[in-house]
Design a protein around this ligand. Structure first.
Ligand code: PGA
Length: 252
């Protein structure tokens, strides 16, 4: 049995003061949901404040990125040991990082290794662009992202990993991918390649999320699919709707 997993990616939203107010607004509702692993990922600068408010809570805290070196001359970057003092999770390879900040499968792989070394739980994002989708390349693109992103990772490291399938065209657009298609892509381009790389046990235990315009009103469709174990939520994680999404994950 895979424990359902719901993560909120706050992206570049909320000042630290606003982040504290938001988590206080969501906290009680989220803590009532005891059978779902729930994580919020505020901007770096708000992570200590949010993590402080969640110190005794079941809700986990993550960051939205991490550098692969532990320290050094990398102005503006944050390393995995720095994250680990405040958070236990990290989003890696989000499509906005790939699109706007030049992330590649190779840098995803480096960041993943650094996160695992520091004992963080990585949420690794994959997904095709609209252009790739329309050209019928979804399966090739996503399975390659998986193969390249997970090169050199051990079977035991894979046990803590979470993967998120986020079709780029569905992120923040309100055009969610239909649940059956998302399940099929997840099975063929993530679960099966992971099985080929790491074996059936790792593949059947791996938590795989769908992300892209998930809301309280459509969440159940995804969570009822056999290969979708939760969601990575952007816009709706900044609202009480996030509680409904987490509830839906616990009910499926
Ligand atoms: P969205 O974003 O829920 O706003 O579509 C999802 C994500 O970027 O993780």
């Amino acid at each position: 049995m895979r424990t359902p997993f719901v993560a909120g990616n706050w992206k570049m939203n909320k000042t630290s003061t606003e982040a504290k107010a938001l988590i206080l607004e969501l906290k009680d509702g989220l803590e009532k949901i005891t059978n779902v692993e729930i994580v919020v990922c505020p901007p770096f600068i708000s992570v200590p404040a949010v993590s402080n408010l969640l110190e005794t809570s079941s809700i986990g805290v993550g960051t939205q990125n991490v550098h692969w070196e532990d320290n050094g001359a990398y102005t503006g970057e944050i390393s995995a040991p720095m994250v680990k003092e405040f958070a236990n999770y990290v989003i890696i390879g989000h499509s906005e990082r790939r699109t706007y900040f030049g992330e590649t499968d190779e840098t995803v792989n480096l960041r993943l290794k650094a996160a695992l070394k520091a004992g963080l739980i990585p949420i690794v994002c994959v997904g095709e662009t609209l252009e790739e989708n329309e050209a019928g390349k979804t399966f090739d693109i996503v399975s390659n992202q998986i193969r390249n992103g997970f090169t050199g990772i051990t079977e035991s490291e894979m046990k803590s990993v979470v993967v998120a399938y986020e079709p780029v065209w569905a992120i923040g657009t309100g055009k969610a991918c239909d649940a059956e298609t998302a399940n099929e892509v997840i099975l063929k381009t993530i679960r099966e390649p992971i099985q080929a790389m790491f074996g059936a046990d790792v593949s059947s235990e791996l938590r795989i999320l769908y992300g892209g315009s998930v809301k309280g009103s459509n969440a159940k469709e995804y969570f009822s699919q056999p290969d979708i174990d939760g969601a990575l939520v952007g816009g709706a994680s900044l609202k009480p709707d996030f509680i409904d999404i987490a509830k839906a994950a616990g009910a499926c």
